[in-house]
Design a protein around this ligand. Structure first.
Ligand code: 5GP
Ligand code: ZN
Length: 130
């Protein structure tokens, strides 16, 4: 049965409109880096470091905090996938940063939980710009 807020694929309208759900489904192209049963990792379209990869959950969750409550094992999968990406990209020893942005002050733009993996060069400081 199709109910309010779902489409023919049984997705909620927010998931149907979600860029990262479309990337996971292969409907929007991306450059794959790593994948497993629960996560998918691909290169950020506007890299902020020599290595800038996004790890997303295959399942739609609004953000990391929601995921931690709804499916804590999946949050652990995200971090494990981020570490695997760092190993694959050869930056495990040199160091890397794992980032979850939340809300507009953090510059959050896509509302499907995603982990940034940044590295491959000396990274800047946290916090205020400049
Ligand atoms: P946020 O700012 O929400 O934490 O991160 C969203 C990230 O997604 C940004 O770093 C942005 O560059 C990246 N992004 C936005 N649209 C696309 C896209 O269509 N393809 C890829 N590969 N990355 C995207
Ligand atoms: Zn989504």
């Amino acid at each position: 049965m199709i109910s309010w807020g779902t489409n023919l694929h049984g997705m909620s309208s927010s998931e149907a409109d979600c860029l990262f759900c479309k990337i996971v489904a292969g409907d929007v192209p991306s450059t794959p880096v790593y994948e497993n049963g629960t996560t998918y990792a691909f290169r950020d379209i506007h890299p902020q470091a020599r290595v800038h990869v996004l790890v997303v959950s295959r399942q739609h969750h609004e953000d990391a905090g929601v995921m931690a409550v709804e499916d804590p094992a999946l949050l652990a999968d995200m971090v494990i996938a981020g570490v695997e990406v760092a190993r694959q990209e050869g930056i495990e020893e040199s160091g890397y940063r794992l980032v979850f942005n939340t809300g507009s002050d953090a510059g959050r733009t896509v509302f499907h939980a995603h982990l940034h993996v940044l590295g491959g060069e000396q990274l800047g400081m946290f916090g205020r710009p400049g």
